[in-house]
Write a protein that binds this ligand. Sequence first.
Ligand code: HEM
Length: 403
Amino acid sequence: MSQLSSELPAFPMSKAKGCPLDPPPEYAQLRSDRPVAKARLWDGKEVWLITGYDEIRSIFTDPRISVDNTQPGYPWLSEQARTVVLTGGVKPVGRMDPPEHTAMRRMLGQGFLVKKIQNMRGDVEALVNELIDDILAGPRPTDLVPSLAMPVPSTALGWVLGVPPADKRLISLVPRLFDEDSGLEGAMEARAELFAYIDELITHRENQPGDDIISHLVGYYQKGELSRVSVLTQSVTLIAAALDTTRSMITNGILALLQHPEQAAALIEDPDLVPAAVEELLRYTVVTEFSSKRVAAADIEIAGETIKAGDGIICLISAGNRDEKVFTDPDTLDVRRDAKQHLGFGAGIHTCIGKQLARMELEVVYGTLFRRIPELRLAVPFDQLVFRNTFDVQGVRALPVTW
Ligand code: HEM
């Protein structure tokens, strides 16, 4: 049965009051009635919403699907997002299709080798322990966003990028880049500063190469395989893709555990559960609700519908992660379940390039925090927490805790 154009639901849909960590209730209905369904965007355009786990995976792995956001059918969620994202001109890796994408992933891949990330684990553990020492020595309550969730990903990414250890500019730029308080003008200013800063790092690495991503990319530039502006764009992309996601996942995961104290207690009792808990929290609290946008490059038959070439598509990861066909009792947080097949890092060729790094940081943060401060609890009622929703990433603005 085709959907009448006048009856299409508006997208995005609101979350239920008091349930900021859960997907909007409409997703479950869509998933069971019509896992590939049309909706209407703010600008009047139609978009396909994909809510079924199998259908999302199928879109993610279909070579007839494009990520090119310069296509007219690409589903933007606001004019502001379109303006900020399209400023610049060079495509970031996440918006490239093969074969350009294949080559770029290969170039970036060297910085994210599993062994390399695992070798950083000791340093991340030392960093997290130092931050927790400071939290314990400081006043109560404290906000875990600036004291833990922000410095962990920005410091670790600084190591991957090759930022000199004493240089703290990246850490200080992050809040201005991503927080609503800075407004469009403030965010654009911070963005310009970030480009200038990375440009400086590239110049430094041209003269003094190391074993870091910027040095690897500079190597490709010096061989004539990459333009200098692309080195700059891809480095900035990593910062944009890594920091807001990881800090939001750190806070949302902690929050979900504080809301389910029996699950936090299980982790404290059995630290071997931490890796499974990370996967479960990535399944349960999706921070990249709107990130997976696509455009069909050909007509595609899926779940009884025909997506036409040029149509915009949004894969709703949070809906796929709650699909009862794949996860038993999907609305229950259970750190003992095997949730590895979740879609929290996407799937297919665009699967998150930083997932090993993010997983390692999350394991260290959740494991260490609850072991060292088992009495941790929220310092304000849950319904007083304020959630950000800047662009594609969702997370809490402040996480006041006490113990
Ligand atoms: C918990 C933290 C993170 C989450 C939940 C997350 C989630 C995701 C998701 C869902 C995608 C796929 C988007 C799509 O297919 O449309 C993605 C792609 C990507 N992520 Fe992450 N990410 C995280 C951390 C990171 C980190 C730490 C880095 C880099 C250091 C990173 C870099 C990227 C890049 C460059 C892409 C685009 C890859 C491509 O298109 O080939 N992410 N991420």
